[in-house]
Design a protein around this ligand. Structure first.
Ligand code: AP5
Length: 216
């Protein structure tokens, strides 16, 4: 692989997917979202999808070796001069170590979107998404009012893991298994923190400034 690696990091509902879509438009980065890839496998009923469906619906983490294999394939098969944008990976220290091996000489940068848990709960319980093009909405925004995607017209849906007790489980796993990944990166430099609790456009301005600096 060739190209810088930028990780959009944060708890469930921090806004990684929302910001990633804008960054791709602005900078032409290659976006790799493990959550989106896994959901597509479940929708297609593939062998991998059958293996992970129950785990994802329970809000648990898919085993490291399965996710690492997805990332290894996507990154080794690609040369993206504009760089790679990872969203939802790495989520354990073991995945972070694997990514170091996959990235090799390519530098890795982390942008951590910080959002308070109370805000996260509102965001996730109100999230709607388009099953066809993946655009993300929230019931709090007028864009979702018609119930159809403004991009492609498909009926918006609620994710199966965006229900009360499953959200709580995802946040517990984030605290226990994913937050330690921050130490892995903050001690190595190339680590940025952004206040993700602000309005989407304001968060984007901060994130885009950092990505601009990273790309030089
Ligand atoms: P994944 O899809 O990665 O889910 P997640 O990390 O829980 O993140 P989310 O998609 O829930 O949130 P987000 O940060 O993208 O927020 P969004 O922009 O949508 O993973 C799903 C599952 O797959 C996992 O639970 C696991 O089972 C498996 N998996 C995936 N990767 C794995 C890995 N590496 N290892 C093991 N298992 C893995 O925004 C959320 C809502 O907030 C939306 O409604 C949006 O409109 C709204 N919003 C966003 N930004 C703002 C803002 N600034 N102001 C107001 N509202 C906002």
């Amino acid at each position: 692989m060739k190209g810088k690696v930028i990780i959009l990091f944060g708890s469930p509902g921090a806004g990684k997917g929302t910001q990633a879509r804008r960054l791709v438009q602005e900078f032409g980065l290659k976006h790799i979202s493990t959550g989106e890839i896994l959901r597509a496998e479940v929708r297609d009923g593939s062998e991998l999808g059958k293996k992970v469906q129950e785990i994802m619906e329970a809000g648990e983490l898919v085993p490291d070796e399965l996710v690492n294999e997805i990332i290894r394939k996507r990154m080794n098969d690609s040369h993206c001069e504009s760089g790679f944008l990872l969203d939802g990976y790495p989520r354990t220290v073991q995945q972070a170590e694997e990514l170091r091996a996959i990235a090799g000489e390519s530098p890795v940068f982390v942008i951590n979107l910080l959002v308070d848990e109370k805000v996260i709960l509102d965001r996730l319980s109100g999230r709607l998404s388009c099953p066809q093009c993946g655009k993300i909405y929230n019931v709090a925004s007028s864009a979702s009012a018609g119930g159809a995607c403004e991009n492609c017209g498909a009926q918006l849906v609620q994710r199966r893991d965006d229900r009360g007790e499953i959200i709580a489980e995802r946040l517990r796993i984030y605290r226990e298994q994913t937050r330690p990944v921050i130490n892995f990166y903050s001690s190595r430099g190339n680590y940025f923190v952004v206040d993700g609790s602000r309005e989407v456009g304001e968060v984007f301005q901060s994130v885009a400034r950092i990505v601009g600096e990273i790309r030089g």
